[in-house]
Write a protein that binds this ligand. Structure first.
Ligand SMILES: Cc1cc2nc3c(=O)[nH]c(=O)nc-3n(C[C@H](O)[C@H](O)[C@H](O)COP(=O)(O)O)c2cc1C
Length: 382
């Protein structure tokens, strides 16, 4: 499966094109909209989320509620575009907008302007903006629909915001009922207070998202080729999320300080299946899924647009100047979890298609069934 997104933050829309989805998969736009809405929620989001009411418009690859096997096109309108028509006009306007030239440390402003030779940082801001993640979440909805057919579910929870850390339980009701998507009510309140304090100080916060996939088909990925190992592919997809700066499978950073006997997950047979007595590896060994839950954590840096801006410089003159300030989120960890779900779902769905065929969803399911039959330990097969 391939995914391409396009569209600017304040242009008319963002869109996703997804190629390689099997024909015959049932698609429900309302289901995708639920995830789009989840991406917009969370304490610490900026005023933009009060303007937008994200909803997907399916404009290709789906007919009568089912995929046709053609590339799928998904569009999400930017309601805020109505306020930006002059700035975002594709044709030159009589009164050109004032360029943005004061660079924000931590954002893509300087690197993007240097790379493309832009003299107005607006050309960078518009695409570097994480408004793009609405398109990723919509595409993730298609991937989740495919995974659901084989019983795989991807979920997320906020593990930490600032210095407040909780133990993720993935209790869905508690997570979705929390303003910061954290299942522990006391920690949730402490996270909200930390975000409020950062906002009052004109500052921002980052944090850690925990991701879990359950019902993962064993054997996805491969163990040698650098570009096909699933751990590498998942890392690439998750690290491509705006402001993601680190990640681990299982509890890799703690495990790196311990002995092998304490770290590796003993193998046993339970219910006719190979199982583990613990899951510190996070569901992957040798770059291949081993059938245990896939467990990943992702660290996101604090948002870089600060209401009390850092010292910076002007792009045109090089003169010292405080960084550009514009409407912005204070903390996006709850939304980042929803985006991370989409990216993990996309990689898993892609790996599933690769292993079991991507032309027709019933053919794919039949291949999965046959494969599962041969996964049982040899003396339990008859
Ligand atoms: C859901 C989400 C929302 C974001 N909202 C903002 C925002 O309002 N303001 C901002 O400065 N950065 C925001 N970011 C982060 C920037 O998009 C990101 O820092 C920027 O693209 C530079 O990329 P980098 O941080 O990966 O280096 C957001 C990120 C995510 C995942």
């Amino acid at each position: 499966m391939r995914l391409l997104t396009a569209g600017e933050s304040h242009g008319p829309l963002v869109l996703a094109v997804i190629d390689g989805v099997p024909a015959g998969l049932a698609i429900n736009a309302a289901g995708i909209d639920i995830d789009l809405r989840r991406r917009q929620l969370g304490y610490g989001r900026g005023a933009r989320q009060r303007i937008e009411r994200d909803a997907v418009r399916i404009t290709g690859g789906v007919r009568q509620g089912r995929t046709t096997g053609a590339p799928i096109a998904l569009e999400i309108a930017n309601r805020d575009a109505a306020n930006w028509e002059r700035v975002m006009s594709a044709s030159p306007v009589v009164e050109p907008p004032e360029p943005v030239t004061r660079l924000r440390p931590g954002h893509a402003d300087l690197a993007g302007a240097l790379k493309f030779g832009h003299t107005d940082v607006r050309d960078v801001i518009e695409r570097a903006s994480a408004r793009e993640t609405a398109a990723r979440v919509a595409a993730g909805g298609i991937a989740k629909a495919l995974l659901a057919v084989v019983g795989t579910v991807v979920e997320s929870e906020t593990k930490s915001i600032g210095d407040v850390t909780s133990v993720p339980t993935f209790d869905r009701d508690a997570v979705e009922g929390s303003e910061v998507r954290c299942s522990d009510a006391a920690k949730s309140a402490a996270m909200v207070a930390a975000i409020a304090a950062a906002r009052d100080a004109g500052d921002t916060l980052g944090g850690v998202v925990a991701l879990r996939a359950v019902g993962v088909t064993p054997g996805l990925g491969t163990f040698a080729e650098w570009d096909r190992r699933l751990d590498g592919r998942i890392a690439q997809a998750l690290m491509s999320i705006q402001s993601a700066k680190g990640m681990q499978f299982g509890d890799a950073f703690a495990a790196a300080r311990e002995r092998g006997s304490a770290v590796h997950d003993p193998i046993t047979v339970r219910g006719g299946e190979f199982r583990r007595t613990r899951n510190r590896a996070g569901g992957l060994e040798g770059g291949v899924t081993n059938g245990e839950d896939l467990l990943v954590e992702i660290a996101f840096k604090p948002i870089s647009t600060l209401m009390k801006p850092l010292p910076s410089a002007d792009l045109r003159t090089g003169a010292p100047s405080p960084a550009h300030v514009e409407r912005s989120d204070v903390c996006v960890i709850p939304a980042a979890g929803v985006v991370a779900e989409a990216m993990l779902a996309f990689v898993l769905a892609d790996a599933l298609c690769e292993k079991f065929g991507s032309d027709n969803v019933d053919d794919m399911c039949a291949a999965v069934e046959r494969y599962r039959g041969r996964l049982r330990p040899i003396d339990l097969r008859t």
